[in-house]
Design a protein around this ligand. Structure first.
Ligand code: NAD
Length: 430
């Protein structure tokens, strides 16, 4: 999902689709169907604020393609949200659900607001207001939102409640990312990091690298990175050389490393809810604190960018050592195309973002399945199923890359686009 400079995010998404469609030799009429979202909702709805005034909020929902099943995708609360961003994210969700072969289409939504400017009660009324507008067009068989930037499991609970009141029956599967005990699934918190580690395990296998002798350097220490760091050690027996994070106080990023290996659980215990590690406590525990980019120049086998988009660029790509064999993109769009081209020439294997970080949506799908059955799995059952899905997805993409002699990112698009096109064909749309 890495982007260019002058195109907006939706044009970039269309360009990526065009590339995959050309490599597949897809009928241009089929590509034309896939280049635009099926349904786009633009909402303007009033909400009563705490001071008694009325404020109009703008919301979006894009149901990009539902050939393979109900559309699925997060709901963002962000002041800079645009319709084109939501359309691009909905397209990427379509390919993400298809590449992990879960029977869902892609969607995305948003409300133009900075959630930090709202009180808890105002947030609740905005959530209920969005459902008030959308409830006839969402549902477990239609479109299933989830938390994303600026939204929380509590907000999902309010939205589920509002939907249930409208339809007159308990329908937890309308939304995922709910709290455990309120319709949520065990394993969801760690799911994206778990999926990152499963795809790394599969990549190490095909490259014939011993996981116990492999090392990793991680950018970020939020939800994805914290569990990737812990599970890389627990499940694969490797060593974490460093993690990095944004320091909210100093307004800059730092890298935290330790020669004997980073202890993810310990660092998690001294990290705040925004992913900032307490420097004094880390130093006292023997961690070396270096500058922001230090994670990139570590002599690791694997790099996991798990913080931001556009973090490996043409300017810093030369810092990457020859020891690096795999880049597992935990974040969305961490590698800009110029840097990717250089790294591919060096023979580095990418696990592209929408494959690497698909563990979260896969677990959301499991949540919905459990809601439908009204029967809940143990954490081990969730993880076993997640492992099966993620490793099968990796193998399908790797096989496509080998057969068609393309890189892993194009191969992932080809697998996904082919599956969506096939579903449209089966339904007689094309
Ligand atoms: P998060 O907000 O929990 O954590 C982000 C982390 O990045 C924090 O530790 C923060 O300090 C760090 N960070 C921010 N700027 C930095 C910088 N300049 N240098 C180093 N570190 C920096 O986010 P998350 O949920 O872990 O998501 C990380 C990425 O993964 C995002 O791109 C997100 O879109 C993607 N993703 C997340 C999920 C999920 O389930 N959480 C699923 C798919 C994709």
């Amino acid at each position: 999902m890495a982007g260019g400079s002058t195109l907006n995010s939706f044009q970039i998404a269309q360009q990526q689709l065009d590339k995959a469609a050309a490599a597949l030799g897809l009928d241009p009429q089929v590509t034309a169907v896939l280049r635009e979202p099926t349904r786009t909702f633009v909402l303007n709805f009033p909400v009563r604020m705490d001071d008694g005034s009325i404020r109009v909020f703008r919301g979006y929902r894009v149901q990009y393609n539902d050939a393979r099943g109900p559309t699925k995708g997060g709901l963002r609360f962000h002041q800079d949200e645009t319709l084109d961003d939501v359309k691009a994210l909905a397209a990427w969700m379509t390919w993400k659900c298809a590449v992990v072969d879960i029977p869902l289409g892609g969607g995305k939504g948003g409300i133009v607001v900075d959630p930090a400017t709202l009180s808890e009660r105002e947030k609740e009324r905005v959530c209920r207001g969005w459902v008030d507008q959308m409830w006839k067009n969402i549902g477990p068989r239609m479109d299933v939102p989830a938390p994303d930037v600026g939204t929380t499991p509590q907000m999902m609970g309010w939205m589920m409640d509002e939907y249930c009141k409208r339809v007159g029956e308990y329908t937890p599967g309308v939304i995922t990312g709910k709290l455990v005990g309120g319709g949520g699934s065990l394993g969801r918190t760690a799911a994206t990091g778990f999926g990152v580690v499963v795809t790394i395990r599969e990549a190490l296998k095909v490259l014939k690298i011993d996981s116990k002798k492999s090392t990793v350097a991680i950018q970020g220490f939020g939800n994805v990175a914290q569990y990737a760091a812990q599970l890389f050690v627990e499940l694969l027996g490797g060593k974490v050389l460093c993690v990095s994070c944004w320091d909210r106080g100093d307004k800059k990023a730092y890298t935290f490393s330790k020669d004997s290996g980073v202890d993810g659980k310990f660092l998690q215990s001294i990290t705040d809810q925004y992913g900032t590690i307490d420097k004094a406590k880390a130093k006292a525990a023997g961690y070396v604190i270096e500058d922001a980019d230090a994670w990139l120049s570590k002599p690791a086998t694997i790099l996991i960018p798990a913080a931001l988009g556009n973090s490996i660029t043409a300017d810093n790509v030369s810092k990457i050592q020859d020891t690096v064999k795999i880049i597992a993109e935990g974040a969305n769009g961490p590698t800009v195309p110029e840097a990717e081209a250089i790294l591919l020439k060096k023979g580095i294997t990418f696990v592209p973002d929408f494959l690497c970080n698909a563990g979260g949506v896969t677990c959301s799908y499991f949540e919905q399945v459990q809601n439908d059955m009204n029967f809940y799995w143990t954490e081990d059952e969730v993880n076993k199923r997640l492992d099966d899905k993620m490793s099968a997805a990796f193998r399908a993409v790797h096989e496509m890359a080998q057969t068609k002699k393309v890189d892993m990112r194009i191969a992932a698009y080809m697998v996904a686009v082919e599956r969506v096109a096939w579903a449209m064909h089966m339904r007689g749309w094309i």
